[in-house]
Design a protein around this ligand. Structure first.
Ligand SMILES: Cc1cc2nc3c(=O)[nH]c(=O)nc-3n(C[C@H](O)[C@H](O)[C@H](O)COP(=O)(O)OP(=O)(O)OC[C@H]3O[C@@H](n4cnc5c(N)ncnc54)[C@H](O)[C@@H]3O)c2cc1C
Length: 232
């Protein structure tokens, strides 16, 4: 993901069947040994559509993520995950920072204070953005040079790191249940979310879909219905 990042599924617990079992306890139904394709799928869609979401907490995922610090800042706003992150107090950080692709830089949005517009790039803009990327790369490299210099002069790692840019890559383990993961995906795949976190959210969808295909389908139907109702 991006130029040096990745997201990897470390571990998972449960499947669509776990959600069905958790829901069926409400009406004291018999233990479901195997999948009953149509009935189970209907139940999952019903639960999601009507926001009976607790059974979706029966499935849990743990991911390993390598991403720029500014992406992890946005990620960590999601309080229902458990995180363990690399500490630059323990070890010096390698010189690895995110450099955006020229085609995804875009321009500040004229209609949204937070967003950017990524459109088709003509040759002139491509050349000018490519020069800017050189300046961006230089600024990040210079910060790393200063960082190493401070470390060489005996500065403690926990202070020297303060000169590094938020484009620097960090690395974490992150665990979440399916209900809260789908909430994260709704927010971070939305067009208002930043491109650099959206690509991680897309990668996560691809990782969990084989494990909980019916739940992902039910969530997608909900997202499409919400998008249709938001459309002018
Ligand atoms: C496009 C976008 C732009 C954003 N811009 C900004 C910004 O400019 N500045 C900024 O500071 N943040 C910003 N955020 C972060 C945003 O405000 C939320 O903090 C973040 O999306 C996490 O959402 P959440 O609280 O629903 O999720 P989680 O923290 O994962 O929580 C999931 C759900 O659990 C419940 N919950 C969790 N904690 C509590 C609690 N303490 N009390 C009650 N219920 C709780 C809520 O129902 C919540 O929806 C932005 C987010 C997005 C997607």
């Amino acid at each position: 993901v991006l130029d040096h990042g990745f997201v990897r599924l470390v571990d998972s617990m449960g499947s669509d069947l776990s959600i069905v079992r958790a829901a069926r306890v409400s009406y004291d139904a018999a233990w479901r040994a195997g999948e009953d394709d149509s009935g189970d799928a209907r139940l999952i869609r019903y639960l999601w559509k009507n926001q009976h979401t607790t059974p979706f907490e029966a499935a849990v995922f743990q991911f390993e993520v390598k991403a720029p610090i500014f992406v992890l800042r946005q990620w960590h706003r999601h309080r229902t995950w458990s995180y363990s992150e690399l500490s630059a107090r323990y070890r010096p950080l390698p010189e690895e920072f995110y450099v955006p692709d020229v085609a995804t830089i875009g321009t500040q949005s004229a209609t949204s204070k937070q967003a950017r517009e990524i459109g088709a790039v003509d040759d002139g803009e491509r050349a000018s953005r490519a020069r800017d990327v050189g300046d961006y790369r230089y600024a990040c490299s210079l910060a790393f040079e200063q960082y190493r210099r401070l470390l060489d002069r005996g500065w403690p790692r926990e202070l020297a790191r303060a000169v590094l840019p938020v484009a620097t890559y960090s690395h974490m383990f992150a665990k979440v249940d399916l209900k809260n993961l789908l909430h994260f995906l709704s927010l971070r795949l939305h067009p208002h979310a930043q491109h650099e976190i959206r690509v991680y959210a897309e990668a996560i969808v691809a990782l969990i879909k084989p494990i909980v295909p019916v739940s992902v389908g039910a969530w997608r139907e909900g997202e499409l219905a919400a998008a249709r109702s938001e459309a002018p």
